[in-house]
Design a binder for this molecule. Sequence first.
Ligand code: IPM
Ligand code: MN
Length: 348
Amino acid sequence: SRSIRLAVIPGDGIGPEVVAQGLKVLTAVLPSDTKLETQEYDLGARRWHATGETLPDAELESLKQHDAILLGAIGDPGVPSGVLERGLLLKLRFAFDHYVNLRPSRLHPTAETPLAGRPDIDFVVVREGTEGPYTGNGGSLRTGTPAEVATEVSVNTAYGVERVVRDAYERAQARPRKKLTLVHKNNVLVHAGHLWKNIFDRVGREYPEVTTDYLHVDAATIFFVTQPERFDVIVTDNLFGDILTDLAAAITGGIGLAASGNINPSGAFPSMFEPVHGSAPDIAGTGKADPTATVLSVALLLRHLGLDTEADRVEAAVAEDLAARDGSPRTTDQIGDALAALVSRAAG
Ligand code: IPM
Ligand code: MN
C-alpha cells in the first residue's frame, strides 16, 4: 500500500470549483490500497487582499513536503498585474525547478475547433519553465519620462536548454511517431536561437530514431492552424511555449480542455499540475466552468507518480464523456460526477 501526499491550491474564481471535481475523480480512480492525504493551501488573490501575502517562506517550505501539487487558478481583476503571477505562480515554478512545462493537445471527435476538415491533432508541447524572458532579468531607466527604456532580458543557459531538450527527445522517442520539432526564432534572436539549435542538434545525435524539424515561431503559428497534424513533440522556450499552447488549446476545443504539468523530472521538488486556463471571475459561482482541463491535469499527475493505469483510465473517461456530449448544458459538478462514475466503473 502507498500514500500520496497532495498539496492543493484551489486559488480564486473558478479554481476551487474545478479543483473539487479534479479531487473527486482522483479519489474515484485511486486503487483501494492507495491513500490520498490532501493539505489545502490558502494562496491567491483572496489571501493577498486579506493579508498582502503572496507566498510566505514557511508555506513554500511546507509545500516541499508533498509528492505533488494540484493548483486550480490564481488571480482576480483587483490584484495589480504581475503581483500573483510573479509572486506566486512563477515563484513556485522557479523555486521547485519546474523546468519541463508539459502541455499536451489532442483533438477529441466532438470537441469544437475553428479548423475546417477536422485534422488529427495529437501533440505535446514541452515548454521550458524556468528561463527565457520569464526570469525577471530586466529593468527600466528614466521611468515615466519620454526617454524611458525598458529591458526584459531572456536568459538561456546551456544547462537549462540541454535538460529540457533532452527531456523532449525522451518523450519523442517514447511516442509512435518519434518526431521532435524545435520552435524558436534563430533568424532574429541569434544568440539564444543558436544556443538552442546547437544543443538540439548535438543531443539529437543520441536519438537516431527521432526525426527532427526546426520552425521559426511565426511559421509554427501558421502550421498550428493549417497543418497541426505535422506535430508530435515540440520543444521551445518559456515565452514561445506560453503563446503556442494557448493557440494549441484554441484549435483543440478551447481552454476548458487544456491541461498542464509543471514538472521537476528529478523528483527533488514536487511537480505541480494545473489547467492552462485562469480564474475566469466572470463565470465563477455559476457552475459553467468545465472541469475537464483540471481532470486531465490530474491524469498528468497520476502519470508523473507512476500510476499509468489510473492515468489511462482518467483520459479514457474524458474521451468517453466528450464523445457523449450533445450540446446540452451541464454544470461543473455534473461533469465531475460523470467523470468520477466513468473511472469507478472502469475500476469495478
Ligand atoms: C500560463 C499563464 C502564466 C504564464 C501566467 C499567468 C504567469 O499564462 O500558465 O500559461 O505565462 O506562464
Ligand atoms: Mn499562458
